[in-house]
Design a protein around this ligand. Sequence first.
Ligand code: PLP
Length: 472
Amino acid sequence: MDKSEFEQWSARATKWSADYISTLENRPVRAQTSPGDIAKQIEQSPPESGESMESILDDFEDIIPGGMTHWQHPRFFAYFQSNAAPASMIAEQLATTLAAQCMLWQTSPAATELETCMVDWLRQAVGLSDDYKGVLQDTASSATLSAILTMRERALNWQGNTEGLAGHPRIRIYASSRTHSSIDKAMWIAGLGQNNLVKISTDEHFALNEDELRQAISDDRAAGYLPAGIVICVGGTSMGATDRVGEVCAIAKQEGLYTHVDAAWAGSAMICEELRVLWEGVNEADSLVLNPHKWLGASMECSAHFIKDPETLVKTLAIQPEYLKTHGQDGLVNYSEWGIQLGRRFRALKLWFLMRAYGLEGLRERVRNHIAWSEKLCERLRTSPGFEIVTEPILSLFTFRYIRNGVDDVDELNLQLVNALNDDGRIYLTQSEHDGVRVIRFVAGQFDMQEKDVDIAYETIVQVAAGLDFSS
Ligand SMILES: *Cc1c(COP(=O)(O)O)cnc(C)c1O
């Protein structure tokens, strides 16, 4: 492809992107396709000779967007939003063009140094103390796995990587019963085993019971286990469950355990000083993850992993075969030694563009609006016949359910309601389970949503519920 062709087809892609963004709200939010609809439109084998960019782009436009769930849609209220602010998208185009492999300082000096700067910008933005360093991981799952591996190696005096786990006491990690499944998965991958993740029950505020935690640690020690660390939850996925971070960190200190805070979603909201009560005491934690690729607006993948003592992480994860050594350049940061992957994308560029384009004040205003609009919807549903709020808003997340006279199977009623809402297409919500009952989850947070979008959500929920032809 020569320069003028590259310009031509890039321009077409850019034009398509701009049109897509500006007309996004006319599309149904959740894909309305059936399984196999897209695959059957794709040739079964790759072509032997090259095709024109024109026909490739035509097929993209014909086949792909209609088969997508539109995550940048302003009425995406499901899961947690995975925002890609336009400034971040543009940075990603440039990072894609540089196409650097950012594993070592030497392979990508500007990317490495910008990463150090951007992690520090983020640290300041969310009010963490200046003794944190950090790295951009691909996802919170990787950051949490890195933290759990660090807990393991620290407890085994850095012998686990060489000796394996046989012959060592069994390692125990503690977390509330409301933490994310990525912690369970990290236990599997770290070779620690699901049964050694001790899940502590939560109290009426959905926070981990500290007394039960203390008891579990002391019982484990008595039984010959090796307690290694605690994963602390701030803004859990189902309904926003949050532990008392400072109190749990104090227990960890007394017990000599390593702490990792999972604030994958809620952490971005901490750019607003008045919200920081949610993670009071956070500066005592050893490790923390928050995802700018969720609420903040940096496109996937961008997960900020802060660490008090990076040496513990690097001792756990650095491996240096000869071909990765950068001789004669001591003291450099090689970020591949701070995570699971060797090869890494240039992730910092989108944070630089994002924070400069909107400013912290622009980002805070969005977070505050999302919270206010979510609370508004919550109040409207609370006073609407047939609806009850199951869990109160934590930041911009709450859960509710629909009840109908004469219907006993309320769980099934709510499942059918969620499906009907998502088939309707104006909004997208997901279900969850809270203490044994099925609930509908609502979370506001799409980057460019407006107040009218929650008004549309209200009208849609009430209308679709009233028209639901329930059959059990
Ligand atoms: C989304 C989320 C995760 C997983 O994040 P990934 O970046 O997708 O791995 C973990 N914990 C919490 C609380 C989350 O909300």
